[in-house]
Design a protein around this ligand. Sequence first.
Ligand code: ATP
Length: 233
Amino acid sequence: MLQLNSVSYQKGKSDLIQSVSATVQPGDRLTIFGPNGAGKSTLMRLMAGIIQPSSGTITYDDSLSGKNAIGYIPQQLALFENLTVKEHLRFYQKMIGSKTNPFMNEMIETLQLKDFWNKRIDELSGGMKRKVNLTVGMIQQPKIVFLDEPFVGVDLAAKHDMLNWLNRLNSRGVTIVFVTHDWQVIHELADKMWLMENGDLLHEATVDEVVHDHIELPDTSSALQKMISFHRY
Ligand SMILES: Nc1ncnc2c1ncn2[C@@H]1O[C@H](COP(=O)(O)OP(=O)(O)OP(=O)(O)O)[C@@H](O)[C@H]1O
């Protein structure tokens, strides 16, 4: 479990995150949803421990306090252009002191990385790079993984492989927290939604409640209402 207690984050004079209190439960499939600039990436970076709150606290239960328990897949690709896919994985494995193991083999197979195993990163398409980025961020077998727009520029086949892998991990108890503007991904990868705007966490609901039950969402702007209403049926 991960708990946010009145977490705020300031940068200069701006309040990017304003007193957010919420809980992520083990095994959650949670998406943080809201318009551009709402603070979604900032909140995820806080939860992943990349940045520290200006005030408030974030607490993790014992299952998340190990060295490798938290995975973070950034929006910006963090890859070396002149290494091959194979060299990349070897490099990061060495960094964390792990050998090839069943988890790695399964990840390579599910994401079909062998199709471009010996290609350099600068020879790959955007979607292939996203797959490698995902793999690199998960080599250490995290218990919770934060993904910031992991599907940008990814075609349907690659998206299918990535969703398959993430859902497979979730079925074994890995918690998935992600940001996306892609409703197909929300339907296939999320149960819960946090609706954000202007640094505030306005509502927590299930995807079903938001999309099917049309629950009232008071205090949300017309922009956020519109983003949701297009996908209600
Ligand atoms: N390092 C920074 N310094 C100053 N302001 C920042 C910094 N990082 C983000 N911001 C501002 O904080 C606000 C929230 O940014 P954030 O990237 O968290 O939003 P987001 O909801 O993820 O947006 P998007 O959907 O466009 O990715 C924005 O107004 C952004 O300009």
